[in-house]
Design a protein around this ligand. Sequence first.
Ligand SMILES: C[S@@+](CC[C@H](N)C(=O)[O-])C[C@H]1O[C@@H](n2cnc3c(N)ncnc32)[C@H](O)[C@@H]1O
Length: 260
Amino acid sequence: MSSSSAFDGVDPEIRALRASSFGGQAAAYAEERPGYPDAALLWALEPVSGRVPLRVLDLGAGTGKLTEALLRHVADVVAVEPDAAMLAQLRHRLPGVRALAGTAERIPLEDGSVDAILVGQALHWFDLDRAVPEMARVLAPGGVLAGLWNLDDDRVPWVKGLKEAAASTVSFKQWRRGSIPLEGPHFRVVEHAEFAHGQRRTAESMAATIATHSHVLTLSEAERAELLARVLDYLRSTPETAHGEFELPITTVTVRALLG
Ligand SMILES: C[S@@+](CC[C@H](N)C(=O)[O-])C[C@H]1O[C@@H](n2cnc3c(N)ncnc32)[C@H](O)[C@@H]1O
């Protein structure tokens, strides 16, 4: 297993910069990013769903998008997040949740203390060589690790066009589906599933969402302004998105792995 295998050919400095960029727009992130569909969470948790109590860790929790979705199904959720601004948003929005500063490579929890670890849009930022054994350490026997990604569905032509309009100088393929290497001495039975999802957007709120993406956050101010103007032009001149609200089609790609 190699820590770079989800990002072959990507400059590690750009990757590190992008991984730590989200706090710069933490409030906008909380406002604009989509949540997660229940079907994806339930599928991810299915291998441990009979456990009482069911203890779940939201790792790389950001502003708490996935935490909030988990709370619809699970009472015992702990959130861990390294970025102080993202963590502050999470604590503000979900004051009742236990929320800790920490990373996937150094999780501030006891051995075997959770039944499931769910990771929203963040597994690809982890140093897997260190994070995989660390995640295995905090899971109880038979526990499950799941990664979820909300991907704009670019099988739809106007979404493909939007992605092209929003490409930046630090864009890279976010991950090749199925390329996060979880199989190994710690995890077995790795399974994938996809769930249809969506988000109501306008041209303006869609541009605001794109402004919270790491390939935009890490640009210079001038480059960012140019990219967002290009995106707005595209959305305002594309029939599907030019007139008020539209539905952004999203596929929630989910992978789950059982502790061996
Ligand atoms: C795209 S955001 C996703 C946030 C949240 N999970 C969600 O679904 O909205 C990626 C998050 O991963 C966090 N992150 C980056 N590197 C990390 C690491 N090594 N360990 C834990 N979290 C990390 C970032 O600080 C950021 O909050």
